[in-house]
Design a protein around this ligand. Structure first.
Ligand SMILES: NC(=O)c1ccc[n+]([C@@H]2O[C@H](COP(=O)([O-])OP(=O)(O)OC[C@H]3O[C@@H](n4cnc5c(N)ncnc54)[C@H](OP(=O)(O)O)[C@@H]3O)[C@@H](O)[C@H]2O)c1
Length: 367
């Protein structure tokens, strides 16, 4: 589906995960734009009455199947900002229907990559990444011949524990793990940033979004979070996307594509000197990144299992049932245990997700 270029036409946006960090920033953007109408709102458990009333939204839903809300509100754009595997159904629905999908919920593309690519091909709609790194890559790649791309380079801030050794991380607290140095985000993605599982999920997300083999996707630590990602071309040139770390920028880009509407954000002060340091990733201290690469390369439902086990382990860490280092140990143990044959459909995927969750829970209990 080609983008709607008819100037004044109103686009109907369904916002899933409306009460979250991305959801709240999206509402701020949509409210300030007269070409966007919030036709549907969804949360997992928090109330939506006030949000719905404030935005004149006819369709709201708390929990349950996102598909029933989406069918009722008939959106032109689905902004999927649900956290975790719970977002899979909405991603597959939007791609299959050819409805523009602004995707923050990276877990759905990680878990359902093959099914999502096939649904996208059938549906023919737009798939626009909201993750800042993938929005950056999308913009650097736009209009380029894929043959000219040598590698995608994902940047990682390194999280709150950058520079620490594995031994240093044995007793870190939840509060320390949530204290991200450059981004303010929901709890799950903040812990994922501390373990580098977030970069692992993003590696798999980039593979499916851009159809680039894992061997051509690099990850580099960039503590300043100013360079959101880069593309290395075969002639030696690198294109980078720079900006202050502010998720409203990629959210606005996806919701306004291809028009790049104005947005009031703090300008990047180039004259003050930029922190453009880059470092190698410490895969020994942060094994969830190499584990994600291995799961991606293994294929089938291995990325789904990686994601499911990580969700279980992060929840256990946040609830005080597991230590920080147990997160990676749990994911590794679950991946060793499960069968990763490919999913033929959503039912297969749900079964693979459930199996990996059970394996991860057993591991958490055993310690
Ligand atoms: N935050 C960021 O800066 C950022 C950046 C890049 C990508 N992302 C991605 O965006 C997604 C959302 O992140 P976030 O930080 O905004 O998370 P968050 O603050 O934890 O918000 C999660 C949202 O998902 C909703 N939700 C949870 N389970 C649900 C279910 N079963 N059905 C429907 N809604 C459900 C929550 O509803 P309740 O409030 O009712 O629980 C909440 O609205 C994640 O996939 C994350 O990786 C986030």
């Amino acid at each position: 589906m080609l983008p709607d270029r008819q100037g004044m036409s109103l686009k109907r946006v369904a916002l899933l995960g409306a009460t979250g960090s991305i959801g709240r920033q999206a509402i701020e953007i949509i409210s300030a734009r007269d070409d966007l109408d919030l036709c549907g709102l969804m949360s997992g458990s928090r109330p939506l009455d006030a949000l719905g009333a404030a935005n004149g939204t006819a369709h709201t839903q708390i929990g349950g199947s996102a598909v029933s809300l989406l069918e009722a509100c008939e959106p032109d754009i689905v902004l999927n900002a649900i956290v975790g595997f719970a977002g899979v159904e909405a991603t597959l629905w939007a791609l299959e229907q050819g409805v523009t999908l602004a995707l923050a919920n990276k877990e759905s593309l990680v878990a359902a990559g093959e099914l999502a690519v096939a649904a996208h091909r059938r549906g023919g709609g737009l798939l626009l990444p909201v993750d800042s790194e993938h929005s950056a890559l999308f913009q650097c790649l736009e209009g380029r011949d894929p043959q000219t791309v040598e590698a995608l380079v994902l940047t990682a801030s390194g999280g709150p524990f950058r520079g620490r050794s594995r031994g240093d991380l044995a007793h870190v607290t939840v509060a320390e793990a949530l204290a991200h140095p450059t981004w303010s985000m929901g709890q799950k993605i903040s812990v994922d940033s501390a373990t580098l599982a977030n970069k692992g999920l993003e590696l798999i997300e980039a593979h499916w979004l851009f159809g680039i083999p894992y061997a051509q996707i690099e990850v580099v630590v960039h503590p300043g979070s100013i360079v959101h990602s880069l593309v290395r071309f075969r002639d030696g040139a690198l294109l980078a996307h720079l900006g202050i770390p502010d998720m409203r920028v990629p959210i606005s880009f996806a919701l306004g594509y291809p028009d790049r509407p104005a947005l009031a954000v703090e300008p990047l002060d180039l004259s003050g000197g930029l922190d453009l340091r880059f470092e190698a990733v410490d895969g020994e201290t942060f094994p969830l990144l190499p584990l994600a690469r291995a799961a991606g390369e293994r294929g089938g439902t291995a990325p789904c299992a990686y994601n499911a086990a990580n969700e279980v382990a992060v929840a256990a860490f946040l609830e005080g049932r597991a230590g920080f280092l147990a997160i990676a140990d749990t994911v590794a143990a679950a991946l060793d245990e499960v069968d990763c044959s490919p999913a033929r459909d959503l039912d297969d995927l749900v079964a693979a997700d459930a199996g990996a969750r059970r394996a991860a829970e057993r591991r958490v209990v055993l310690g």
